[in-house]
Every structure is written in structure tokens, then in C-alpha cells.
Design a protein. Structure first.
Length: 202
């Protein structure tokens, strides 16, 4: 059971509750993610960063009832954006969660690639990922597109927003076979973000 109010445009309190013993790993992951991301905000925004992994987990849990994948959704940005690493996740949440998060973490060499090669390698990387990781990736992009629509980074130009929106489509197509209905949700978020960016006064 999940209770949520995740529209970042309203700035409302987020309450997430997973009940039942099989979701114990989810609640532990939620507590860990809140501590790991404490004090962080979304890029170019005052929105607490934890709102993003919470929304990703909420989207995943709406369509895919695998507690370990929901836990991985909550933890998916921890290795790249906090002081914790994949080994810490393995120690606390086990091999499955750690492996799933690793598919959602850019390898270190990605930072040395030019933008075109990086997008190509990201597509190859997610194509090889587990079904759970691909579902989380779709949810991650849906959440980011919603943020781009309601609470875009103040320092992003219209061109940069369009470049991000365009880049998500290629990755989403790689994930489509994992959960078609979530891919359709992605397409709706993609269209709405594009239309909002067209209308935006920057």
C-alpha cells in the first residue's frame, strides 16, 4: 500500500508507506535513501532531492510489485550522488538490489566520453540490464520529465531541455519490452514535457 502526493508543483509533503513483512526491505531502503540524500536538492531547484527517488519508487510500485526492485528504485541515485557506494548497498540490502542499482549507475568511464558516444554507451548499458532495472529506468525518466514540466532547473536553457527530452526517447525504447504499459506512461510524460517546454518563457 502506498500513500503519496508527489506533484512537485505543489510542494506538498510526501508520505510513502509500504505495509506487510515482504516490504520490509523497501522501508529500510527508504530510510537509507532519506539519510543518504539529506540536505540535497534537485539541480537548479529548491525541491528536496529525496522527492525524486520517492517518486520513482512510487511509479515502479504502481505497476511492478517486486519489493527488491522498489528498494532499488529508492536507492538508484545513491552511488552517483552521495558518499555511499555499491558495496555499501550490497552489505545492507543484498546482491540482487546491489546488482539492480549497478545497472542504473553510469560506469566511471562514461564521464570521459563525448555526448554522442555517451548516449550510445548508455543505450547499450540499459539494453543489457535486468528487467527490474529497465522498469526502474523508465520510471526514473518519467519522474525527470515530470520535473522538467513542473519544476525545471532554472539554469537550463530551452535547448538543453529539448536535448534532454530527445535523449530519453532512445533509452526508453530499449526498456520498452520490459513493461509496455509503463512505456506508454513514459510517452505521455515525454509529450507533456515537450509541450510545456515549447510554451515556456525562458
Amino acid at each position: 500500500m502506498v500513500e503519496r502526493d508527489l506533484n512537485p508543483n505543489r510542494g506538498t509533503l510526501v508520505i510513502l508507506t509500504w505495509t506487510g513483512s515482504r516490504h520490509e526491505v523497501v522501508n529500510r531502503a527508504h530510510d537509507f535513501a532519506r539519510r543518504a540524500h539529506f540536505g540535497q536538492t534537485r539541480q537548479g531547484s529548491s525541491t528536496p532531492y529525496i522527492r525524486h527517488p520517492e517518486e520513482v519508487a512510487s511509479i515502479v510500485s504502481s505497476w511492478w510489485d517486486n519489493p527488491e526492485d522498489i528498494a532499488a528504485a529508492l536507492l538508484h541515485d545513491v552511488p552517483e550522488d552521495t558518499g555511499f557506494n555499491l558495496r555499501n548497498i550490497r552489505e545492507k540490502f543484498g546482491e540482487y538490489v546491489q546488482t539492480t542499482v549497478s545497472w542504473l549507475t553510469n560506469p566511471a568511464y562514461f564521464s570521459e566520453l563525448n555526448p554522442v558516444d555517451k548516449k550510445t554507451q548508455q543505450a547499450i548499458h540499459i539494453r543489457m540490464a535486468s528487467r527490474g532495472a529497465q522498469i526502474i529506468k523508465l520510471a526514473d525518466m518519467i519522474s525527470n520529465l515530470r520535473s522538467l514540466r513542473y519544476d525545471p532547473p532554472l539554469d537550463w536553457s530551452r535547448r538543453r531541455r529539448f536535448e534532454y527530452i530527445a535523449g530519453t526517447l532512445h533509452l526508453a525504447k530499449e526498456c520498452r519490452p520490459s513493461l509496455e504499459i509503463l512505456y506508454l506512461e513514459f510517452l505521455r510524460a515525454h509529450r507533456e514535457a515537450y509541450e510545456a517546454t515549447e510554451r515556456a518563457i525562458i
